[in-house]
Write a new protein. Structure first.
Lengths: 749, 424
């Protein structure tokens, strides 16, 4: 050792900062204790700013042999820091550590065992086992609880060694310790070890362990309570009675100032609730859960954020919670944007016919905020309210009209998009406002808003006197438009023609001509072909197809599938509950638990996609990647607002299908084929196959797509997916009443 | 598990780092700084406060808290309870505040050794350990003038070195053998009002968040019972660890053996009805055109039981395009910050039946815009009322058991504005 020290010192002096370190060296060797102590402090200070003080190591360690507690602690502090970066150096002091685990002062014993655990090299294993065993049985609870964590540290280095030495058993015994703090630390250590253990039998919560944990719950520190509650959540009660008993013991924890204790308690309650049969008891629990959740909203914004994400989950599971508390979710102007957006989500979830008035005036207030993204969300929220609550729709429309009158560009555009949905939900109810909308025609520059207004014009062409002029107006820039707008224009023009053939024969002809000859985008071109042939073959059929009733839309405030929901409830107050994703989905390579992986795989792909979309939006403020397919087939709008869904959807589409390029390719292929066969339904068949989303389906036009799954893009996929040979498909449009589903879908064109 | 902590200066430099489990390389801080500056360039008025508190990186989840210019960053590699991380990260500046009176880059640098010792005591292997300031102060002595003098003179400082750590007595929050010549206990009931008030003066949402800060200087093991005149007012509450929860559930009294010194006995929340009489009324009127606006704001007292309202400050954030402002006020003084675009009016104190303070004036936008003309305005309000509790919660009596002395008891109440804003 002496050699090593000399070498080390030599290297140092050859290098740099001679002055300061030389001075420190002198002071560390001083005969005055306080000068030495002061020197150690300066060494630590230098160390924290990243200066290399490792050369002083032997002199510092020499000062460890002292009865001065403060000095000893300082040296330990120095060693603790070096334990991470230079474990080989620190292990030189191991004999002093071992000696100190016999010190009369329990603080020193604990400090020694704690520091030894922090030295993460294998060599320490030979030295630590005996002292650790001693400390686990120490008379002093402070030492025992420190040693409990020490076992977890040893486990992390060498699981075999920990098992061989019986430390796991000792730790399991500590769960019955008389001191609640020791119990809490034993639980903490065991839970951590369980997670990384291969056999998963280190810590299995049974009735006996649960009772011991419950007994310690009230007495230990807040952090101990979190550990105990987290472990309790893994226990599955045998019957309703037992579940009720546990809940009764846990409910007082809701009254804790630490938000993590509150949420951990709520997790236990939400999980155990599944086992409780008594409705009254559940009602009582729900009632007690609301006030603490509300109180969390008075905390720091970060705590609010996690709370809001969790409240969002809990509300989807138990819509009866927080029913009378919508006011507390109203946004303060200086809330951070991430808090505001979460609050808005919850306001919508709590919206009902009693509080709608209050919520509407609140949303209107938000529409005048500075944060554009938030304003858009608020406007969309008004639309969601209108669609959710029939009786309130008129008031919502009035608010939207007020907003349109502000002439603030992005507000107007967002409002028009929202009104389009209201028109879909309540056809023919609000025609009177169409002129007001049309006044804003020139200010629209976003494709979605433009498309929405065009859709409205096409849909109500017979009621709008100058519909042809309006369409004409848009057509001036037809070729420059984004494909979404082009598609809407095509459809709207055809609608106009079917409703007012006299005025618009020329227009429709021109549009179809342009679209088929001058537009390269296969989506637009193909649709134009379909219309053209439909119109030239059988205008009656075209009418039945294009002007048929649309499938109703509804607002889905519960965006998570039941399977994923249950898993997320199991994970309340974790990162999974913040992301609304199973832990596996974002914690990289690390499998969280076998259960999680299974449920994650089973989780509804569609749900995941929606949530992921949301998360992307939240995280980056950028719009979520759009599913082009959905755009094409579901009214060209659906996907950007996942809350709107066309009815029954259940899907298990392949993950690759949301790549826009992929679908574009498909279209390319099908359009080429339809061109060559020059058959209307060649194109249709191609599209159907594309809706079914399997590339090979489109490989050959004559090949009927295999029976396809139900597909969220709606019914067009269904058309391709019925497994009918193309010949049969050709006959369908002439018998438009054959299948209402097909009509619905065709009506979208 | 909270593996590591980095405390970053306002410029993103590492002031202090601490690794409780494995070493996490400093590179992660660079990645974090990049993400923060990226987020802040996304919008023109995105501030540091607006950056998400959980940022995903390829390898870590970067959980961070921003407080008083400093960032407390904890990168985690495993699933974790983020609420626990936030609670813990907030506890660090809380405790530094308790120790040093203020928290800043300089303060941390001047007290490196103490800060390190604290971080060491607060956490072991990624699991929070001791965060109760009372307990910490026994393990890590707070720097005081005596300490400093002693250190500089080079005399011995073994004053607090022989004490036993916590976890020894049956009551972890109270040490044994406390002795005072005069026994006294003080309760400070402070209520903060969080409210959103609309332009007609009606409260859109309104709640009082109260805390009972206690300073106990009592000998021995006193067992106290504090009761209220009207405890049913409270909608939600949380207590110090010492309070016996069952007693509160059954009798609505606080029964506890207090820690020694300062601690927070109870926090509570009272929902105030929307027809609640608020202590002051702020009447704004802002007439906006395309180029600017005329405004006047009147402040008047409403119901304060005849008590004066002090330290009234109104802040009116203006639209970003605002360039000029002129105003006059009959009371106090105003200031326009042309960079932050905020009008701040220090009203001072209003005594009942005095004339109402008014500020009026106009501001102009640099260029005409619909967005500026339609923007909503909110006024932040601060005030303070001594000896007043808006919720009406009142202490009835404090009884002492288990000790024979008669302590001196003091109760003070105060109401102040929390997040209190008026929509114009």
């Amino acid at each position: 050792m002496a050699d090593f020290l000399r070498q080390n010192a030599g290297r140092f002096f050859a290098n740099n900062k001679k002055g300061e370190n030389a001075e420190l060296l002198a002071d560390l060797n001083s005969e005055y204790r306080d000068r030495r102590k002061d020197a150690v402090k300066r060494v630590i200070a230098n160390m924290t700013v990243g200066k290399d003080v490792s050369s002083l190591f032997p002199q510092v360690v020499k000062n460890m042999q002292t009865e001065d507690l403060e000095m000893k602690k300082l040296v330990y502090l120095y060693l603790m820091n070096y334990a991470k970066s230079n474990p080989d150096l620190v292990i030189l002091a191991v004999n002093t550590f071992v000696k100190d685990t016999d010190h009369v002062n329990p603080l020193i014993r604990a400090l020694a065992i704690r520091t030894m655990g922090c030295i993460r090299v294998d060599k320490i294993l030979d030295h630590i086992c005996e002292p650790l065993r001693k400390c686990l049985q120490d008379d002093n609870p402070y030492v025992r609880k420190t040693a409990a964590i020490g076992v977890a540290k040893l486990w992390d280095l060498d699981q075999e060694r920990a098992l061989e030495n019986g430390f796991v058993t000792v730790l399991q015994d500590l769960v019955s310790d008389s001191n609640p703090m020791v119990v809490a630390n034993a639980v903490t250590a065991l839970a951590e070890m369980q997670e990384s253990s291969v056999s998963k039998d280190v810590f299995v919560v049974n009735v006996a362990i649960m009772n011991k944990m419950l007994a310690a719950l009230n007495e230990c520190t807040e952090w101990g309570q979190i550990a105990i509650l987290t472990s309790l959540a893994d226990y599955r009660p045998l019957d309703s009675k037992e579940a009720e008993n546990v809940c009764e013991r846990v409910i007082p924890r809701l009254q804790h100032a630490n938000g993590s204790v509150v949420l951990s308690a709520i997790r236990v309650l939400m999980i155990f609730m599944r086992y409780i049969k008594s409705e009254d008891f559940i009602k009582g629990m729900i009632k007690k859960m609301s006030p603490p959740l509300v109180s969390l909203l008075a905390s720091a914004p970060e705590v609010q954020y996690v709370s809001l994400r969790n409240i969002n989950l809990i509300l989807q599971k138990r819509p009866d919670i927080l029913q009378n508390d919508v006011r507390v979710f109203f946004c303060k102007y200086n809330d951070p944007p991430y808090v505001k957006r979460e609050k808005l989500e919850i306001i919508i979830k709590l919206c009902n016919d009693k509080n709608i008035e209050q919520i509407l005036s609140e949303l209107k207030e938000y529409a005048s905020e500075v944060d554009v993204e938030f304003v858009r969300k608020a406007v969309r929220a008004i639309g969601r309210c209108a669609i959710m609550i029939d009786e309130a729709s008129e008031r919502c429309v009035n608010v939207l009209l007020d907003l349109i009158n502000t002439k603030v560009n992005y507000v107007v555009q967002e409002a028009i998009i929202v009104i389009k949905d209201i028109f879909r939900k309540y056809p023919k109810r609000y025609e009177a406002i169409i002129p007001t909308l049309c006044q804003n025609l020139d200010s629209l520059d976003e494709p979605e808003a433009k498309g929405s207004l065009i859709w409205i014009i096409g849909e109500y062409a017979e009621r709008i006197e100058n519909a042809d002029e309006l369409i004409e107006n848009f057509l001036e820039t037809f070729l420059e438009e984004n494909s979404q707008v082009q598609l809407q224009l095509l459809t709207a023009t055809v609608k106009l023609f079917l409703k007012k053939p006299a005025q618009s024969q020329e227009i429709v002809h021109r549009v179809l001509q342009t679209a088929t000859n001058e537009i390269d985008n296969p989506d637009t071109r193909d649709r134009a072909y379909v219309y053209w042939r439909l119109l030239s073959t059988d205008p009656q059929a075209a009418k039945a197809v294009v002007l048929s009733d649309k499938p109703p839309i509804s607002v889905e405030t519960r965006t998570i599938s039941p399977a994923l929901m249950d898993e997320l409830i199991n994970n309340i107050s974790t990162l999974a509950s913040v992301y609304h994703k199973p832990p596996k989905a974002f914690m990289g390579n690390r499998a969280f638990s076998a259960d999680a992986v299974k449920t994650a795989a089973a989780a509804d792909a569609r749900d995941e996609e929606q949530i992921i979309g949301d998360a992307v939006l939240d995280a980056s403020g950028a719009p979520a990647p759009k599913n082009v397919m959905t755009d094409l087939l579901d009214l060209d709008f659906g996907s950007s607002e996942p809350a709107y869904t066309s009815p029954p959807v259940s899907s298990s589409k392949p993950a690759s299908n949301n790549g826009p390029n992929y679908s574009a390719d498909l279209f390319d292929m099908s359009s080429d084929m339809s061109g060559s066969s020059s058959s209307v339904f060649g194109g249709m068949g191609g599209m159907g196959g594309m809706g079914g989303m399997q590339q090979q389906q489109t490989q050959h036009q004559q090949q009927a797509p295999p029976p396809a799954r139900n597909d969220p893009f709606g019914d067009l996929g269904g058309l391709g997916g019925f497994g009918q040979p193309p010949q049969q498909q050709q006959q369908q449009p002439t018998k438009p009443t054959q299948s209402s589903a097909e009509n619905d879908l065709l009506g979208l064109f | 598990m909270i593996e590591s902590l980095f405390v970053l200066s306002p410029t993103g430099k590492v002031i202090i780092e601490k690794h409780w489990h494995e070493l996490i390389p400093r590179r992660v801080v660079d990645y974090f700084n990049e993400q923060v500056s990226k987020a802040m360039t996304e919008g023109e008025d995105v501030t540091r406060e607006d950056v998400l508190p959980i940022i995903a990186s390829p390898k870590y989840q970067l959980i961070n808290v921003y407080r008083d210019g400093l960032t407390y960053l904890s990168p985690v590699t495993k699933e974790v309870d983020p609420m626990m991380v936030f609670e813990f990260l907030h506890r660090i500046p809380d405790i530094l505040q308790e120790y040093f009176g203020q928290v800043s880059e300089t303060v941390i640098k001047e007290n490196f050794v103490t800060v390190y010792q604290l971080l060491e005591e607060m956490m072991d292997d990624g699991f929070p350990l001791t965060t109760e300031p009372n307990s910490l102060k026994e393990i890590v002595p707070a720097p005081n003038i005596l300490n400093k003098v002693v250190t500089t003179l080079g005399a011995t400082t073994s004053v607090s070195t022989r004490k036993m750590p916590h976890g020894m007595s049956n009551l972890p929050w109270r040490k044994a053998g406390v002795k005072y010549n005069s026994n006294e206990i003080f309760f400070d009931i402070v209520e903060e009002i969080d409210a959103i008030v609309d332009s007609t003066g009606k409260a859109v949402s309104c709640e009082a968040h109260g805390t009972i800060q206690t300073n106990s200087r009592l000998s021995g093991m006193p067992d106290l019972t504090l009761s209220f005149v009207n405890p049913r007012l409270v909608d939600d509450c949380s207590f110090h660890q010492s309070v016996r929860f069952n007693k509160w559930e059954s009798d609505k009294v606080l029964s506890f053996v207090p820690p020694d010194g300062h601690f927070r006995l109870m926090s509570y929340r009272v929902n105030l009805p929307s027809q609640q009489n608020l202590p002051i009324q702020v009447k704004p009127s802002i007439n906006i055109g395309a180029n600017g606006a005329k405004f006047d704001i009147t402040v008047s007292l409403r119901s304060t039981d005849g008590k004066p309202v002090e330290n009234i400050v109104l802040t009116l954030p203006l639209h970003k395009s605002t360039t000029t402002l002129t105003a006059q006020c009959n009371v106090g003084q105003y200031m326009f910050d042309p960079v932050g675009k905020v009008l701040r009016w220090d009203v001072g104190k209003i005594v009942p039946r005095e004339r109402a303070p008014v500020i009026s004036g106009s501001f102009g936008f640099g260029s005409a815009s619909d967005a500026a003309a339609n923007a909503g305005y909110n006024i932040g309000v601060e005030f303070l009322i001594n000896s007043h509790s808006l919720s009406g919660l009142k202490v009835d009596v404090l009884k002492l058991f288990n000790e024979s002395y008669k302590p001196y008891k003091g109760v003070r109440t105060m109401t102040k504005a929390g997040r209190y804003q008026v929509r114009a």
